[in-house]
Write a protein that binds this ligand. Structure first.
Ligand SMILES: Nc1ncnc2c1ncn2[C@@H]1O[C@H](COP(=O)(O)OP(=O)(O)OP(=O)(O)O)[C@@H](O)[C@H]1O
Length: 341
């Protein structure tokens, strides 16, 4: 649905050239929530602004619904942009206009008749949970409410895609979660494709189906969120995943809880998708003559299912331990033995 090919942006200043986006190619499917994550300076903002040509690309193409944005004349681009919604970190609302008037603004520009405008604005106010706030000014709203106005405004012309530029970065964690829930419900209700950029892995984990990791203008890794979380390939991705899974850091700290016994094996289990719902530990305890000591564990939901990590110590006879590990491996859970008996 959105085909991005060999997209590049070079900023030329007096002193130097900066390659902000470097030969990025991605396909984003209809109806998916696609996240782009990277540290500051990775090129995320530039990338997202190239999609609606708020920045002119130096090279490459962006095709949305079979229309090449990159070589479109300005008057056609203005029309096409009405179908590309965008929300921003600092909301970009019109401060002298009420909530109602902010949301009506893109409809006015598109020349929608007043009665139709009213119908649409009230529908959107209801959709984003701002009923009763129609006549409030942005200065009278909380950050979360301001972003709800931004979202309603971005949806006014029934866009084909919604671009989110660090849309929750100025919000506290609780409000961030509310706004992310709203984006998921809009994605489901309207089947709207969403492309969001962020520097927070939590945002990717909570709402995205697929993710691309950017570094120095390049996409260094891309894939389904669950796969990227479970098997991050690049160094940068691993650092992002560790933000959410501090257990990975704490492997060494477990050492003091582990017995010196010769018959003890320490195992890290990775539960992915359906396997996260299985009562594996009690199954093992009922099936094999072993003792299990749970050392540490965590679980996190994503849009495509949960993934979790559990560190356990298993005590028993060597042969039985071997069979226990094989049994766990056969269930589809990933098993990594950290200390052999
Ligand atoms: N208008 C501009 N002129 C020159 N250089 C720019 C311009 N905009 C961005 N850059 C440079 O391009 C690179 C990528 O910046 P960009 O803002 O896209 O990164 P980012 O990943 O969004 O980072 P942040 O989250 O800090 O905004 C940086 O080195 C930045 O300094």
């Amino acid at each position: 649905m959105i085909r991005i090919q060999n997209l590049s942006k070079v900023y030329k200043t007096n002193k130097q050239e900066i390659q902000a986006v470097d030969n990025v190619s991605l396909n984003i499917e209809q109806g998916e929530i696609f996240g782009v994550i990277g540290y500051s300076g990775a090129g995320k903002s530039t990338f997202v602004r190239l999609i609606n040509r708020l920045e002119e690309p130096t090279d490459g193409s962006v095709v949305i619904h079979d229309k090449d944005i990159t070589n479109m004349p300005k008057n056609q681009l203005r029309k096409k942009r009405q179908k590309i919604g965008m929300i921003f970190q600092h909301f970009n609302l019109l401060w002298s206009r009420t909530v109602y008037e902010n949301i009506a603004f893109p409809l006015e520009i598109a020349g929608v008749p007043k009665t139709k405008q009213q119908e649409k604005v009230l529908e959107l106010i209801n959709l984003v949970g701002l009923s009763g706030k129609e006549n409030a000014y942005p200065s009278q709203l909380s950050g979360g409410q301001k972003q709800r106005v931004g979202i309603a405004r971005s949806l006014a012309n029934d866009p084909e895609v919604l671009l989110c530029d660090e849309a929750t970065s100025a919000l506290d964690p609780e409000t961030t979660d509310d706004i992310l829930d709203l984006l998921v419900s809009i994605n489901k209700k309207l089947g709207l494709t969403i492309i969001l950029i962020t520097h927070e892995m939590h945002v990717i984990q909570k709402i995205c189906h697929r993710v691309a990791v950017m570094e120095n203008g390049k996409v260094v890794e891309t894939g389904d969120v669950l796969d990227v979380f479970v098997k991050p390939q690049s160094k940068t991705t691993k650092r992002f995943v560790q933000q959410l899974n501090p257990l990975e850091h704490e492997k060494d700290k477990l050492a003091e809880f582990i017995n010196d016994r010769e018959d003890s094996e320490v195992v890290k289990l990775h539960f992915i998708g359906k396997s996260a719902k299985r009562a594996l530990i009690s199954e093992v305890a009922k099936t094999f003559d072993v003792e299990i000591n749970i050392l540490q564990g965590s679980i996190a939901p994503t849009q495509e299912g949960a993934y979790g990590t559990l560190f356990i110590e298993i005590n028993g006879e060597k042969e039985i331990l071997k069979k226990t590990i094989e049994f766990m491996e056969d269930t589809g859970v990933e098993v990594e033995v950290l200390k052999h008996a």
